[in-house]
Design a protein around this ligand. Sequence first.
Ligand SMILES: C[S@@+](CC[C@H](N)C(=O)[O-])C[C@H]1O[C@@H](n2cnc3c(N)ncnc32)[C@H](O)[C@@H]1O
Length: 235
Amino acid sequence: MRERTQYPEWLQAYRHVYRIEMNLGKRLESVYALVPEGAVLVDVGSDHGYLPAKLVKDGKIKRSAVTDINVGPLESAKKTAIRFEVFEKMTFFLADGLDGVDYDYDTVTICGMGGILIADIIARAERCRECTLILQPMRHQEYLRKYLWDNGYMIEKEVYSVEHGKPYVVLVTRYTGEKIEYSEEDTYIGFERDTNEDRKQYNEKLVRSLRKKLLGVGEKEKEILETVCERLSRI
Ligand SMILES: C[S@@+](CC[C@H](N)C(=O)[O-])C[C@H]1O[C@@H](n2cnc3c(N)ncnc32)[C@H](O)[C@@H]1O
């Protein structure tokens, strides 16, 4: 359901009460850096709405829509927009993913959700094929990479970070319609071979969590995960 972009009177008060700097943290900072200049964005599952509000506030993008499936987070995003005086440049949708989002966007961010849910949101939105997608899965990254590669999306870039001891990856992807050859191991590792300190730390954390997973899986998956750990340790 679309919500009109106008300043509700009952929220006017917030405008001057909250004037604080917004610190996105390392995870969302890396998403921020990857959003193209001048984009028209939809941030799906925005919750607090910090990312789109900061992008608009800084003038990096023209305007943004925000979606959330829950009322509470959507209200929280509206308050953020008011705090940062960007309410007029933002539109709010109570929506499941991009369902019914009537907005002329060219870029989509989907962050802080599982890879299976992210893939499902993309699968239901044809328009994603015309957009730059910036995706930050919290888990099941291998499922998401597989979905993208099987459905003609090229992963152009991957960026890794560690925040509060947790490893995060951000994927930048566009639809090209081409299919690529990949192995099961590639779905865990990706094709990015950039070896900076963040990637090293990310790999160490990932190897640690995959080794834990090894204990509870069958022989075939165990073999794949062992190869993944071995390859990750060499990157
Ligand atoms: C963990 S928060 C992530 C917030 C923000 N994107 C970030 O990365 O910090 C996940 C948000 O996604 C929303 N959400 C979950 N499933 C959704 C769906 N299918 N469509 C839209 N929003 C969804 C939740 O209500 C919640 O506000």
